[in-house]
Design a protein. Structure first.
Length: 129
């Protein structure tokens, strides 16, 4: 099967050696996505909702480049640094997926790539149309 790599030009893609997304057949896998801007600055400051919302905007762009959309997402994984703030993250998730309802997971981790990052999200999608 053909393997298609999608890059967002993020600051860590070349250093770490990963793609923002990979499409193989009808499946699209989007890498862990934070609210980091191309220059490495964290969008949203200490606001979990704004960070999550930006993550989904970046994810949506990657899916679009792979020929998919948010409606194709079947699984989300949210890695958060403070699970007590789950409502902030969940609000953004609910705005995007209220009607799509993918399988979803949220787990707390001790830290993310850079200080100030509150959430990292990855998604899997299946293009069925």
């Amino acid at each position: 099967m053909k393997r298609r790599l999608i890059s967002s030009g993020g600051p860590w893609e070349d250093v770490v050696g990963y793609s923002r997304a990979v499409r193989v057949g009808d499946s699209v896998f989007v890498a862990g996505t934070t609210s980091a801007e191309p220059d490495g600055a964290i969008f949203g400051g200490d606001d979990g909702y704004l960070q999550a919302k930006r993550c989904f905007e970046i994810i949506e762009r990657a899916l679009h480049q792979a020929g998919a959309g948010m409606r194709h997402v079947v699984r989300t994984r949210m890695f958060v640094t403070d699970i007590r703030r789950w409502e902030e993250f969940s609000k953004a998730h609910g705005e995007v997926f209220r009607d799509i309802k993918p399988a979803a997971t949220m787990v707390q981790v001790s830290a993310l790539m850079a200080p100030g990052m509150l959430i990292e999200i990855e998604v899997d999608a299946v293009v069925d149309d």
